[in-house]
Ligand binder design. Structure first.
Ligand code: EPU
Length: 417
């Protein structure tokens, strides 16, 4: 088992380069099997979620070569066989294979996906989209057998703008006969990156990035290459680190527009930011004003940055209120922050943070990926030493987090226990 040990209170200064986005890469890799030729994906982050998807590719018999920062996938001769639960439950994104195999072979057998335990995370909208395109679904003990005699374009209205359901609907619709419309689609940059990738293969998708996507089905998808977009959540996490304890800390190789909801909140707190075309530079400030935040789908405030920014709110002078609207169990970090000295009360889907409070190093746990990021940030600003257990969650989504933080002055190490 591994844990992270951080000695807090050090100034972060220099540059942190941002890696390819986890939530884009984990969709692009399964999407690649729709092609009958070789596809190449650049800027793939080196994180364990990608390893888990690789395991599925290997299991299906795809030829995969993974170089320094790209993956080449040849899925022209894969076998469409049942994906065991032991693999599907390793991550949420495994269910992109459900859609890609259904699109390619009109049949798929696999189990309910895994993912961080931050709420129920149903997949009803994905299943509804499959049905709208002509699929019949049989569920038995978490196992889904989904078959379509004929995939035919249809109208899909999502009850909520789900990222996963929007991507899954696109993955099937590109191979369905005729026109599909997805209404109330999610608008996240990751949706645009998947649509661009599919279009590079020869798909005909328009409207990605808006709430209305139109897809004209095609018979065959070709080889192509693409590049994973920068990880906006990783960029946001390090920007918050800079807000806490940075001195001219620059987050580079990023797209500032993708985290405007965060930079606007940082400005409200009082930070002067130097925002360039592909970087943001930040230094900590003395007087931090409290702010209220509500998580929403893109371009609203990202739920994935909700736990990280809670650390900053503990340092603001006064009461901040943070409302989580997407997940019912995404406050597991709060008890640990309180253990470190924060003053936070949970009230249903809201937390009230009274600041400022001095945080002190403690033994804490990364209960899920972004809770882990929250604990790392808390450790960076706390007095004394913080040790974080269950850090496999953190390594699922942050490439080289130890090295990146060490390089800008953090005293952080990975310990084998
Ligand atoms: N929902 C349903 N039914 C569905 C699908 C979603 O009720 O069929 C609900 C969910 O329960 C949730 C909301 O709709 O309340 C949004 O869920 P969404 O489907 O958008 O989330 P996701 O596709 O499962 C992706 C990211 C998450 C990120 C969300 C929201 C991946 C692999 N995961 O999840 O990332 O929080 O979008 O932006 O792309 C993370 O990286 O830490 C993470 C959890």
């Amino acid at each position: 088992m591994k844990r992270i040990k951080i000695e807090g209170g050090h100034i972060l200064s220099g540059e942190i380069p941002i890696s390819g986005a986890k939530n884009s890469a984990v969709a692009l890799v399964p999407a690649s099997i729709l092609s009958d030729e070789i596809v190449r994906i650049h800027n793939i982050p080196n994180i364990s979620d990608i390893d888990a998807l690789n395991e599925i590719l290997n299991y299906l018999g795809a030829k995969v070569s993974r170089k320094e920062d790209y993956m080449e996938i040849d899925a022209s001769e894969i076998e469409n066989k049942e994906i065991p639960e032991s693999i599907s439950k390793k991550l949420r994104a495994s269910y992109y294979f459900m859609a890609a195999l259904l699109g390619k072979y009109k049949k798929v057998e696999m189990y309910f996906p895994g993912g961080c335990s931050i709420g129920a995370r149903p997949i009803d909208q994905t299943l509804k989209a499959f049905e709208a395109l002509g699929a019949k679904i049989d569920e038995n003990n978490n196992k889904f057998t989904i078959v379509a005699e004929h995939l035919k374009g249809g109208n899909i209205y999502l009850d909520m703008p789900s990222v996963g359901a929007t991507i899954n609907a696109m993955l099937v619709a590109v191979k369905a006969e005729g026109i599909t419309t997805i209404e109330n689609a999610a608008k996240e940059p990751e949706i645009v990156s998947v649509a661009t990738f599919l279009n590079n293969m020869g798909a005909k998708i328009t409207g990605a990035g808006t709430s209305s996507i139109i897809i004209k089905g095609v018979k065959k998808l070709n080889g192509c290459f693409t590049e994973v977009i920068p990880d906006r959540i990783e960029a946001g996490t390090y920007l918050i680190a800079g807000a806490l304890t940075g001195k001219n800390l620059t987050i580079k190789n990023m797209i500032p527009e993708h985290i405007e909801s965060l930079t606007n909140k940082l400005k409200e707190v009082g930070y002067p930011l130097n925002i360039g075309p592909d970087f943001i530079t930040i230094s900590t400030i003395e007087k931090k004003k409290p702010v209220n935040i509500k998580t929403l789908g893109y371009p609203g405030f990202a739920t994935d940055l909700q736990q990280p920014i809670t650390v900053l709110l503990t340092q603001c002078i006064g009461k901040s209120i943070l409302e989580e609207t997407l997940y019912e169990n995404r406050f597991q970090n709060v008890n640990y922050l309180n253990k470190m000295g924060a003053n936070i009360q949970i009230e249903h889907q809201k937390i009230k943070i009274n600041g400022p409070t001095i945080l002190k190093g403690e033994e804490v746990e990364a209960t899920d990926l972004r809770a882990g990021a929250c604990m790392v940030l808390a450790g960076l600003v706390a007095e004394g030493t913080t040790t974080i257990s269950s850090i496999e969650h953190v390594l699922r989504g942050y490439e080289n987090i130890i090295e990146k933080l060490e390089a800008v002055g953090a005293k952080i190490e990975l310990e084998e226990i």
